[in-house]
Design a protein around this ligand. Sequence first.
Ligand code: PSV
Ligand code: MN
Length: 392
Amino acid sequence: MTASTQRIEAAKAALRLQTIELPSWAFGNSGTRFKVFAQQGVPRDPYEKIADAAQVHQYTGVAPRVSLHIPWDLVDDFSDLARHSADLGVSIGMINSNVFQDDDFMLGSLTHPDARVRRKAIDHHKQCIDVMRATGSKDLKVWLADGLNYPGQDSIRGRQDRLADSLQEVYGALDEDQHMVLEYKFFEPAFYITDVPDWGTSLLHCLALGDRASVVLDTGHHAPGTNIEFIVAQLLRQGRLGAFDFNSRFYADDDLMVGAADPFQLFRIMHEIVQAGALAPDSGVNFMLDQCHNIEPKIPGQIRSVMNVQEATAKALLVDAEALLAAQQAGDVLGAHGVLMDAYNTDVRPFLAELRSEMGLEQDPMAAFAASGYAEKVAAERVGGAQAGWGA
Ligand code: PSV
Ligand code: MN
């Protein structure tokens, strides 16, 4: 077997094991503050969202988990929702808390100056932990809209102290086999400061909490030009990269399909992952999508996104690591760069099509889903009721 055939076989083995988690909210209507466009056949409840997510798994074979957002995905019986998921071949992934859509949280949640509001926010997280127990989910995902619009509005330091205390209580409520992941975002909805603006702040809080707390990196939550693969490498060194929220941005938190705006950046991120051995299912890194499909159909949008992650991963797996190391050690700048670019410029689509055949899947998931008639079927069936989404 030549070295390159060996690399291809090893890449296939790794790709068979890679999983990508889907966000339930990607299947609901979404939009901007200007307009939410309703689409036909959009789910009316979490059961229908999971049915749509299961379609993405059916055609890609690598998307077996669905992340829920509470209270968007509240149901009467979460054990029943977990059974429904299992019947459709998927399971419940991370549980996202939501302390950004209640009037009480206008000036903050876990950081709020009023102990009553902090209590409410902490209790919401405990409710999410109950959902985790009922669904078998092992990860609580925390993103806070907390922050300030004006200098002097509140004490920056006081808010960090309150945040640390609140997080400590939430972390303490987790079971031994459950984890917390803390997401950062440098702006929005607060504009002067956000209380968890960057990976360093998230990491400091996680380190104070304990081994079962790690950082979530949402690719859309950085200033333009930020070197995200550097952050990935740094968090991996600390063993504290808990999850990705993958999406693409041109300007802000655009939530476009991952790999659409900058496939090269996605490749560079996956290169760091592969180099660190963090692709393995037991690495503790959850590769999740956090996207909204405002103008494109949602199930194909998710299929395309999963394929984009797979393509970037395949290219990263095809990097000739030995040649790269040799060039790096020899100080061969252009040689090393060339090794990386050779992998990036490889057309991995035929190779992924072949892999899908070997996995018993159709070679072209987009075409297979389109031919299945599912979109037409749900558009005809899902008439009446209120579509899930941000106010459509
Ligand atoms: C915030 O912008 C965020 O990225 C968080 O992950 C939220 O939970 C999600 O978006 C909601 O769409
Ligand atoms: Mn996110």
